[in-house]
Write a protein that binds this ligand. Structure first.
Ligand code: ATP
Ligand code: MG
Length: 210
């Protein structure tokens, strides 16, 4: 079994995240897909909902999803969340021959070159970029050179090595974002088509995003 991580703030977790995670289990074959909520995010200026609430909502979202897991290392840590640190920690815990995929949306790829030690990420994992409505491929020259150098043409499920390759894929395109959901709640609009019912109930009971 390989491992695929989908990192993010999940503020809140939504049907776009869940659809990607479920599609990844089919697309990658024998793979355990895990959502990886960050603790203290490095890249966000704005304050985010407490780790406790975000974790509770993820637990509610995956309760009926036996194929999906949660990687709690970042959200349970009081240190700022650097992906490279998480990858090193996870890599040290698993078989060195096991493929580890870090999955991110196209919007996130556009900022990858600002991540701490970003050029070392591929030493520990493969990177799988998922198309996202409204997000274009990077135009930054450093990033485009890096993409050309590392892009792998074979299917990710056929890759033999445990880390080091970059892949692009198109899964179901769902035009949903946490930003849009927070906006809806603030305006008193329904969010039932964007999040699972238990998460919508949790948001309303705990008065989040008002
Ligand atoms: P926000 O609007 O607060 O940034 P978000 O919807 O982008 O929230 P994140 O927690 O930032 O959610 O996303 C985690 C990861 O999932 C990122 O890599 C992001 O690109 C990806 N992602 C989230 N929603 C989608 C989607 N609808 N399609 C493709 N990728 C997505
Ligand atoms: Mg985002």
């Amino acid at each position: 079994m390989s491992i695929a991580l989908l990192g993010g703030t999940f503020d809140p977790v939504h049907n776009g995240h869940l659809a990607i995670a479920r599609d990844l289990t089919d697309y990658l074959g024998k793979t355990h897909v895990k959502l990886m909520p960050c603790g203290i995010p490095v890249h966000r200026g704005q304050s985010i909902t407490s780790a406790e609430h975000r974790k509770a909502m993820i637990d509610l979202a995956v309760i009926n999803q036996p194929k999906l897991g949660v990687e709690l290392g970042e959200i349970e840590s009081t240190e700022p969340s650097y992906t490279i640190h998480s990858l090193r920690r996870i890599r040290a815990q698993i078989d060195e021959k096991k493929a580890l995929f870090m999955c991110l949306g196209m919007d996130a790829l556009n900022h990858l070159h600002t991540w701490h030690e970003w050029e070392c990420l591929l030493n520990y994992c493969h990177i799988l970029v998922i198309s996202r409505p409204g997000a274009e491929s990077p135009s930054d020259p450093t990033l485009t050179r890096w993409i050309q150098k590392n892009l792998c043409e074979i299917e990710p499920r056929s890759v033999q090595k445990p880390a080091g390759a970059l892949f692009f894929c198109e899964l179901r395109l769902l035009d949903i974002s946490s930003t849009q959901i927070r906006h809806c709640v603030r305006n008193g609009e329904a969010i039932h088509s964007y999040v699972v019912e238990h998460v919508a109930d949790y948001i309303s009971k705990n008065n989040l995003y008002k």
